[in-house]
Design a binder for this molecule. Sequence first.
Ligand code: PLP
Length: 380
Amino acid sequence: MKFSTRAIHAGQHPDPSTGAVMTPVYLTSTYVQEALGVHKGYGYSRTGNPTRAALEANLASLEGGDYGLCFASGLAATDAVLKLLGTGDHVVAGNDLYGGTHRIFTQIYQPMGIGFDFVNTGDLDQVRDAIKEETRMVWLETPTNPLLKITDIAEVAKICKEKDVLLVVDNTFATPYLQQPLALGADIVVHSVTKYLGGHSDVVGGALITSSSDLRDKLAFIQNSVGGIPGPLDCFLTLRGTKTLAVRMERHCSNAEKIAHWLDSDDRIGKVFYPGLESHEGYEIASRQMSAPGGMISFELAGASEERAREVVSNTHVFALAESLGGVESLIEHPPTMTHGAIPVEVRHAEGLSDGLIRISVGIEDVGDLIEDLDQAIGR
Ligand SMILES: *Cc1c(COP(=O)(O)O)cnc(C)c1O
């Protein structure tokens, strides 16, 4: 079945006891045993819950994977992947990651004896050169946040296979509707379902998808042993979101493409970072690897002034000034002081993330209203 059909039906079955079309919110912590050890597959809700199981099956199907595991947040999912590692192990990661991912790597796991090297994963030689004897994992985001840099997943997967290291791809920005890393050779896909998958800015959650039964078993063991699980209501809300993922992504992308071209042709704007612009460094790979360039855009005003950037993000009326992304409503933010504030300033600058950068998450409102709002906020 095709994506839009699976988005609505995968993992979903009418409730056997009532025929309810929607998967119920199974608000229960425990399950009765008919006799000692005899139960219907569920014993305790940290280990398994039917609402969560429906979401896990749904997300696995959308990513084209065999197994899904859901967590209380994207970072709880990231944490579970890192727990596959031990002291002395090494990770090669992208140098333009989500700020919280950079923080858990360098401030939680590095002090515990896991090594990290950050490279431009868009440059395959840098990835190859950074892999050493102790390397167990390569961690990618593509498109990256906030500079929307593109990495060729299939090429990095080849390097990882050759060197026998795991490839983990955070697919939060693209969503499985636009890009499917497992099919390109990744071992684990990570999601913050808080973003496009949930899609309505009303739930925080995370997920892992894999087709390896060995990884699934290890990650499920970690999920149950550590306990960073989402509650059933959160799973229900996320499932409600994934049903409309295909239609929402179509509109996010068509709105973003129009706004990116409008920004790109405006004299008041300096650089525009959007993988759908031919001038973008990753345009060719993005056109091959993604079915559309996504709903996120970053840009600098002409002169890249931080002061003007702060003004613009405070002056919008339709775009809300807020962290996060991927909801139906448009958001605007200033990465250096908001989402990426945890990254040391020297590191930010070295990676090309200027103090004048603005990031927008283009929602599914009327695109004319969105352009009008940006136009008045940019002002002179
Ligand atoms: C938000 C985000 C995360 C972290 O997810 P939470 O749900 O906020 O914990 C990880 N990666 C990317 C790309 C994100 O945007």
